[in-house]
Design a protein around this ligand. Structure first.
Ligand code: TYM
Length: 446
């Protein structure tokens, strides 16, 4: 756990602040066992049936990260599909802890996936920058530092292409107040120190800000925290109608402990919200290989979105763990192991073409493709990805930044062709509501 990590452990340890694979008897770090994690935390694995339902309900082929199992686990995602199917409102929530001025490639995974979900579902997104958290958890960083990082990260996030009409991006240090803060205080009254100690490993020496912070990250999933985004005139008081709007949270699985706490307690609020649905990604592995995640706290483990093409090339050539053999002769004879090869693993994220990827996998395994050639393929794809990102980031002016961060009513349409609920599934007060919705559905009005 976060604060008692001094204790030696041989089991894998995944928590919101660090990720470590299990250690074998000989001290080697093993790859993260995601199935074991899902079992331990009691999440549901994403299976073929769920993906088929996704495609049926949305009319979209699942994202390659879903097809390839990189988003692998969820809680109640099927309930969100049912909501979408019937044209019921829901929103997306995700976040970033601004610990440095630049995102790394790993952070962009859940964020790019969130953008894709926003495009597919056509729903609002609230995006939290936890500049409060990052100063509370790092004594070296001032609150001014983390606020500054938040604003820099905000530009990165905008460069990922979120639709401004549907996106509210905020810094905790600047936005928190009003209904949001009321929710956070109310939620904190429901949770004891024992519960957060159990969930996050805090102890009696932890500063009290850390102990309160989970309440902040949790209530961001309540629609009532954002009175401005739902109606033209923000409601002066929280309401059950807004609280009923469901939430879907895409994230790396390290963030799950927060949302377990939330799901266990959301119904106890004065205006209860449904348990938020979650969808979890695996970690983009560190350059050094499986068993660790790409992390800002170890710059050699990560490709940053500010890296130059030359830096990317050097990092991949120098640090990317290889599944190849020691000599070309051995490699040709015995073949390589793409499953542990970091360059190949990166290609599984960023190479869109399934057939091309399969060929690379087979050629490497047979020894037809050499390590240097595989690294070159990864370098090309990553250089292009990062360079395009940098081009888009240059376009994020102060005005653009302001337009995403201003609390305001968001505009979205949801499902253009909702299917009315069978009468047996409707609550009495809902009967008749879905009828007549059709192709020319206007903007969603609550
Ligand atoms: P942070 O800044 O540590 O990470 C932001 C998001 O990126 C994910 N992530 C990764 N995903 C794949 N591969 C990696 N190597 C990798 N490293 C990080 C994280 O899981 C996260 O989804 N406290 C949070 C900010 C936050 C948040 C949220 C995140 C607030 N509300 C709601 C997700 C959902 C944090 O510090 O994230």
């Amino acid at each position: 756990m976060a604060e008692d990590s001094a204790a030696p452990s041989h089991e894998q340890d995944v928590n919101p602040w660090s990720v470590e694979g299990a250690r074998t008897e000989t001290g080697e770090v093993a790859a993260i066992d995601y199935e074991a994690l899902a079992k331990k935390w009691n999440t549901s694995l994403i299976d073929q049936e769920l993906l088929e339902r996704f495609e049926r309900v949305t009319g979209h082929k699942p994202h390659r990260w879903l097809r390839r199992g990189l988003f692998f686990s969820h809680r109640d995602f099927e309930k969100i599909l049912t909501k979408y199917e019937h044209g019921e409102p829901f929103f997306l929530y995700t976040g970033r802890g601004p610990s440095t001025g630049s995102l790394h490639l790993g952070h962009t995974i859940p964020l790019q996936f969130t953008k894709w979900l926003q495009d597919v579902f056509d729903v609002p997104l609230v995006f939290m920058l936890t500049d409060d958290e990052k100063a509370l958890f790092n004594d070296q960083a001032t609150f001014e530092d983390t606020l500054h990082f938040a604003m820099e990260n905000a530009r990165d996030i905008i460069a990922l292409g979120f639709d401004v009409k549907k996106t509210f991006l905020y810094s905790d240090l600047k936005y928190l107040g009003n209904h949001f803060l009321m929710n956070a205080w109310e939620f904190s009254r429901l949770i004891t120190f024992n519960q957060v100690r159990g969930a996050f490993g805090f102890n009696e020496s932890s500063n009290i800000g850390k102990i309160f912070f989970p309440s902040v990250q949790c209530v961001a999933a309540f629609a009532t925290s954002y009175p401005e985004i739902w109606t033209d005139e923000p409601l002066p008081v929280r309401s059950q109608k807004i609280a009923d709007i469901a939430c879907l949270i895409p994230m790396g699985i390290d963030q799950d402990p927060y949302f377990r706490l939330l799901r266990d307690n959301a119904h106890r609020m004065r205006y209860p919200s449904p348990k938020p649905a979650l969808i979890h990604s695996k970690f983009l592995t560190a350059l050094q290989g499986a068993g660790g995640k790409m992390s800002s706290s170890n710059p050699n483990s990560a490709i940053f979105m500010t890296d130059t093409p030359k830096q990317i090339k050097t990092k991949i050539n120098k640090y990317a763990f290889s599944g190849g053999q020691v000599s070309v002769e051995d490699h040709r004879r015995l073949g390589g192991n793409p499953d542990v090869d970091v360059s190949y693993i990166y290609l599984t994220y960023f190479e869109e073409d399934d057939e091309k990827l399969e060929k690379i996998y087979n050629d490497y395994k047979k020894g037809d493709l050499l390590t240097g050639e595989l690294k070159k393929l990864a370098i090309d794809v990553l250089q292009e990805n990062v360079q395009q990102f940098q081009e888009r980031r240059k376009l994020v002016t102060d005005e653009v930044l302001e337009s995403y961060m201003k609390p305001r009513k968001l505009e979205w349409r949801g499902n253009p062709n909702p299917v009315p609920k069978p009468p047996s599934e409707e609550k009495p007060e809902e009967k008749g509501k879905g009828k007549g919705k059709g192709k020319d559905k206007k903007l969603v009005v609550l």
